[in-house]
Design a protein around this ligand. Structure first.
Ligand code: SF4
Length: 269
């Protein structure tokens, strides 16, 4: 690992997104290897699948409400599929022919599940894939909101999830992302009244706006930012080993993580 240059001790990331904050909380060393040393962090299959499904839904919701049919989604998927075959993250997965087919069906089943969960023709889109770059709680924040829609109570912010719904003890952590979006949208004069995590595999988790939860998410984000700045200033990025080390792309740069992965899952090939 390179040392931070003395003059870089005032270095600050341009912004802190929920995913970057989550990486830092999970393991500060992993954050450093990714965001300072800029070592490649290739997307795994779940992330590539998630991006593909998000793109299908984004294009679907950009159509006139009356045109958002399953046939339209199928046509969008067909067109995006041609593109994904050339996508470097997809190619890096190194799939066999049968794995490519399985991936395609997995993606399509998630789109079909979306149609079970809601009728896109009834979604009143205010913004889709909205990039937010604002300051919240004194922290430069960046996030991309999947959907802000008009609902009877006002505005609902929606985050689509293609992975499994979290166990109840991890739910607050997942919700903190949409609370942060609500805080960031307020900075852009969008007053959110509800938040929704839509797990395509299992259903939606809805909450009315809870200003205490928003304040707590903003405070948590600020604390992560403060710890991150301190780690940068002291060039002290501790490691946190755990079950996820086995899937960390930086095992070759992290002897402690490699030992943890071997202890849990046996020697690597
Ligand atoms: S292998 Fe584990 S401890 Fe090492 S950087 Fe990755 S997540 Fe952190």
């Amino acid at each position: 690992m390179n040392s931070l240059e003395p003059e870089s001790s005032t270095f600050r990331p341009r912004h802190l997104s929920p995913s970057s904050a989550s990486t830092f909380r999970q393991c500060p060393r992993r954050w450093r290897l990714r965001y300072i040393d800029k070592l490649p962090d290739p997307k795994g299959e779940p992330a590539v699948l998630g991006t593909f499904v998000h793109e299908i839904l984004e294009e679907l919701l950009s159509l006139e409400a009356k045109d958002r049919s399953i046939d339209a989604a199928r046509e969008i998927a067909r067109q995006l599929w041609i593109r994904i075959l050339d996508d470097e993250d997809f190619i890096a997965l190194g799939f066999s022919e049968s794995e490519v087919k399985a991936f395609m069906w997995k993606a399509w089943r998630l789109v079909e599940r979306y149609f079970v969960l809601e009728d896109p023709a009834e979604v009143e889109v205010v913004r889709a894939e909205q990039k937010l770059s604002v300051e919240i709680g004194g922290v430069p924040f960046f996030g991309i909101v999947d959907l802000t829609e008009r609902v009877s109570s006002g505005l609902r912010v929606v985050d689509y999830k293609t992975g499994k719904a979290p166990r109840s003890r991890y739910l607050d952590d997942k919700l903190s992302q949409v609370w942060l979006y609500a805080a960031a949208l307020a900075e852009e004069d969008f007053d959110v009244s509800e938040v929704r995590l839509m797990y395509l595999t299992s259903g939606s988790i809805d909450r009315p706006l809870d200003s205490m939860a928003v304040a707590s998410a903003v405070e948590g984000h600020r604390q992560t930012w403060d710890r991150l700045c301190q780690a940068i200033d002291t060039d002290n990025f501790s490691y946190k080993t755990g079950p996820l080390c086995n899937w960390c792309p930086y095992l070759d740069h992290c002897p402690e993580g490699a030992a943890e992965a071997e202890r849990r899952y046996g020697p690597r090939d």
